[in-house]
Write a protein that binds this ligand. Structure first.
Ligand code: GTP
Ligand code: MG
Length: 436
């Protein structure tokens, strides 16, 4: 089976934690802080790689994660950064985020998009030494790495798509001109999934797609309409196969009119693609149908007469298809691919909850992820960090009053409105107040 869309669940690495550690010397229980910081978690990239042919592996195995950073240690030993995860995908893969926004179109080998950011490592107590804080007794935990589902879609580009009514002989044709061996039968809708085959003619090679048959109303979803048209969209050139068999309900002229009509209904752009028209099953028509007459009655320059079963007329027809593909490649605007760069969201949000308030956002959550909030020093430090971010002011403006419950990440505390005299401070505690 041919997989062209998968949903993967990816996770960036968590940051390692920082630690609290002090130089120990005899008689002095606490010396200089030497707790190392944690390493950051690995990022997640999605990268086009020409050694990967399909998305099949991800359908079987959709969960992937980058490595976590390791924790810091004493003696100022910092943790190691976690290895990045690089998810290799075939050239021509488009990446959608969970909201359905296309974040990248990866068409060239090595082109890649950073899908998720690893968590930062937490600072060790050595990272928090300052003039006011000579021996910080706290360290930070690592941030969680981001995680999210993504949809990968592989736009399989066939060079030419075989278009025709059900039973027109599309599968029979691809089985004679390539190694593809789809099921062939004398009833409509034998082909339910596209089959691709590589055709060699002279020095040239191209990929042909045999797709489900098309009937009147396909553009409104009749038959296998939408499936059909989705695959036609991806082809550079179109091969229209007309079936002169008396078993077809419509004449070749009528078939051509219906086919073109449906293509146009679906998208005007399809009408501009180079196309080659062939009358199939030439061995059936005893007296041979006049293809010149057919061409002029449908307003085209030429109609090829071919028989896949009798292998008649195939070679000139294939040269014409190869020419059409070449023409399409030349006219193609050249897909450069793109990667969407979005600003990292700064700041925080305040959400009213049934029990009180919740503060979300990376900076605010990070500010509270310290190691032991039961230590007074640590709690003070967190309070100052939140104040500096403007969280207190924002809560007050949102209507928080003393006694309301506030949640930030894992931390839950009671809101306290500042005393009047505190209101004119810039968020810094008064000099010498409360420290050490
Ligand atoms: N006589 C003759 N019969 C053919 C030729 N090509 C195909 N057929 C017959 O036409 C019927 C339909 O052939 P398929 O190749 O399955 O047609 P299809 O267009 O793929 O049909 P769907 O997949 O149902 O859309 C089968 O019975 C084939 O044997 C041909 O060149 N000559
Ligand atoms: Mg078929």
């Amino acid at each position: 089976m041919f997989v062209d869309q998968v949903r993967v669940h990816l996770r960036a690495g968590n940051g390692g934690a920082g630690v609290v550690s002090y130089v120990r010397s005899r008689g002095k229980p606490k010396g200089k802080p030497i707790g190392g910081s944690g390493g950051s978690g690995g990022d997640v990239y999605i990268a086009a790689d020409d050694a990967v042919a399909t998305l099949l592996i991800y359908q079987r195995n959709p969960h992937h994660a980058a490595a976590d950073g390791t924790h810091g240690r004493g003696d100022l030993q910092h943790g190691r950064r976690g290895d990045d995860l690089v998810l290799k995908v075939p050239l021509g893969t488009t990446v959608y985020d969970d909201e359905g926004t296309m974040i990248a179109d990866l068409v060239k080998h090595g082109q890649r998009v950073k899908a998720l950011e690893g968590g930062s490592g937490g600072g060790g107590n050595a990272a928090f030494i300052s003039s006011k804080q000579r021996a910080p007794a706290f360290s930070e935990q690592g941030e969680y790495g981001d995680s999210a589902p993504f949809t990968l879609e592989m736009r399989l580009l066939a060079d030419a798509a075989l278009i025709g009514f059900p039973n027109a002989g599309k599968s029979t044709l691809i089985s004679t001109i390539s190694a593809a061996k789809p099921k062939i039968a004398d009833y409509p809708f034998t082909t339910l999934e596209p089959n691709l085959g590589v055709v060699s003619i002279g020095q040239r090679e191209f990929v042909v797609a045999d797709i489900p048959g098309l009937i009147e109303g396909a553009s409104e979803g009749k038959g296998l309409g939408h499936e059909f048209l989705r695959h036609v969209e991806r082809a550079r050139a179109l091969v229209v196969l007309l079936d002169p068999s008396p078993l077809q309900v419509a004449s070749p002229e009528e078939q051509y009119r219906v086919l073109l009509d449906e293509l146009q209904q679906h998208s005007d752009e399809l009408m501009a693609r180079p196309r080659v028209i062939a009358l199939a099953k030439a061995d059936l028509a005893a007296d041979g149908m006049d293809t010149d007459l057919l061409a002029s009655s449908i307003g085209e320059d030429a109609v090829f007469s071919i028989s896949a079963v009798a292998e008649r007329g195939i070679e000139p027809f294939l040269h014409a298809v190869a020419d059409a593909v070449d023409r399409a490649v030349r006219e193609e605007p050249g897909r450069e691919g793109f990667i969407l760069h979005r600003p990292v969201r700064e700041g925080f949000d305040i959400i009213a909850t049934p029990g009180g308030w919740e503060v979300t956002g990376r900076a605010a959550e990070r500010a509270t992820r310290l190691d032991d909030l039961t230590v007074a020093d640590t709690a003070d430090f967190v309070a100052r960090r939140l104040d500096r971010l403007g969280v207190d002011t924002a809560l007050r403006e949102a209507g928080a009053v003393t006694g309301d419950e506030v949640r930030i990440g894992d931390l839950v505390f009671e809101f306290t409105e500042p005393d009047d005299e505190d209101l004119d401070t810039s968020g810094q505690p008064p000099e010498g107040g409360g420290e050490e």
